[in-house]
Design a protein around this ligand. Structure first.
Ligand SMILES: Cc1ncc(COP(=O)(O)O)c(C=O)c1O
Length: 412
């Protein structure tokens, strides 16, 4: 089924051609440029169908069997299915699938475990902590007393000695592990030990690696963390949204922290789409996909290093790479603009120990398109040529168009 076909057949084209053109324009952009934004992916037509279903009309405050609205028979079944699939997929005792986003899930985890003013230890923002990990621009930095740990200046790896020293000195109520830009596996057993040593809760914000965990391509935080927060998009390839996993002992606190404490009515179309995505992620094909995502990221990281970019930590264990393009004579912000003109879409990001900004790349979307290591080698070389100014961006734009034509995200 082609998404274009769905849209063209849809009443939207007749009723609101202006908006239909915008949607088709975005589909065209996604289909003819390379999406290397580490947080993005292409959901399946089945996930898109659930998102566009009549469940979008339904109000459903509360939880299955205990709603504040009538008529919840079908959405109750959908939510129970999503919860059971999430529990089975990740081996968790309890799942809450109502969080509207990754940030909402983190907010709910804090609400379940903390009180305003509590001390929390998390990866500092310059090293890849998320806004919800203590940014002064975010509720987290205003309501809690965040202490930031960092990464080793030489290796770029999380400085475990510093984590322990800070934990002993500050005795936080919670320790957060998880990042927007850390390319290596997180040692959850280490964080569990430190949390136990200082009597803290351990919150794993596994928004990025959770899809790899589902496919068996990354270690799971579930056996170690008191609460795991995640997004259902990114590598997991579901709709934009969040979820929380925890043990049975914290189930009620987590559920009440989501509703009624931080959210109102659940978005049932998104929850149905989450159920579809969890079902897809439980298949052998998804495990193959998750391992290929990592193989592609490793090939891309090696290619970028061979071209002279400085790859943080020297490589990756995941879908995500951060790299400094400075040796090619350009900083991350300028690099992002030049690459966008060539049809290569990615983010720039803070680098652990640089004054300039670097690049953040991910392989979840291109792997969904079916690309492999061969294409990643081409991509690294092409990206470097664009940054060196050795090739016209218009020429690369055509090559990207040809490549995406061979690997369409939504085949006709
Ligand atoms: C580690 C981490 N936590 C939280 C979030 C927030 O997710 P959302 O944008 O869905 O609120 C992200 C998003 O990239 C993330 O990487």
């Amino acid at each position: 089924m082609s998404v274009t076909h769905t849209l063209e057949a849809d009443v939207l084209r007749r009723q609101d051609p202006q908006l239909a053109d915008i949607l088709l324009g975005e589909l065209e952009r996604q289909s003819t440029t390379l999406q290397l934004i580490a947080a993005e992916n292409y959901t399946s037509p089945a996930v898109l169908a659930a998102l566009g279903s009549a469940l979008a009309n339904k109000y459903a405050e509360g939880y299955p069997g205990g709603r504040y609205h009538g008529g919840c028979e079908m959405v109750d079944v959908a939510e129970r299915l999503a919860v059971e699939r999430a529990k089975a997929l990740f081996g968790a005792e309890h799942a809450n699938v109502q969080s509207h986003s990754g940030s909402s899930a983190v907010l709910a985890a804090y609400a379940a475990l903390l009180r305003p003013g509590d001390t929390v230890l998390a990866l500092g923002l310059p090293y890849g902590g998320h806004l919800t990990h203590g940014s002064p621009a975010n509720f987290s930095g205003r309501w809690f007393d965040f202490v930031g740990y960092g990464v080793d200046a030489e290796t770029g790896l999380i400085d475990h000695d510093q984590v322990r020293t800070l934990a002993l000195a500050h005795r936080p109520k919670a320790i957060v592990c998880g990042s927007i830009a850390y390319p290596r596996h997180i040692d959850y057993a280490f964080f569990r030990d430190i949390a136990d040593e200082v009597g803290a809760y351990l919150i794993a914000d596994a928004a990025h690696p959770m899809g790899l965990v589902a496919g068996g391509a990354a270690p799971s935080p579930v056996p170690y963390a008191d609460v795991v927060c995640a997004t259902t998009h990114k590598v997991l390839r579901g709709p934009r949204g969040g979820m929380l996993l925890c043990g049975a002992d914290l189930a009620e606190r987590v559920d009440r922290a989501v509703f009624p404490f931080t959210q109102g009515g659940a978005q049932m179309h998104t929850i149905a789409a989450k159920a579809v995505a969890f079902g897809e992620a439980a298949t052998p094909a998804f495990a193959v996909y998750a391992h290929q995502v990592v193989a592609n990221a490793r090939a891309l990281a090696s290619g970028l290093a061979a071209e002279g970019l400085v790859v943080t930590t020297g490589g990756t264990d995941t879908h995500l790479i951060t790299a400094d393009p400075a040796p090619l004579g350009v900083d991350g912000r300028e690099a992002r603009g030049r690459l966008a003109a060539a049809g290569i879409v990615l983010d720039c990001c803070a680098l652990p120990h640089g004054d300039t900004r670097g690049l953040r790349l991910g392989t979840a979307a291109v792997t969904t398109q079916g690309m492999g290591e061969e294409e990643m080698v081409w991509l690294a070389a092409t990206l470097a040529q664009v940054l060196r100014g050795a090739t016209e961006s218009q020429k690369v734009r055509e090559e990207v168009r040809e490549l995406t034509g061979r690997f369409p995200p939504y085949p006709a």
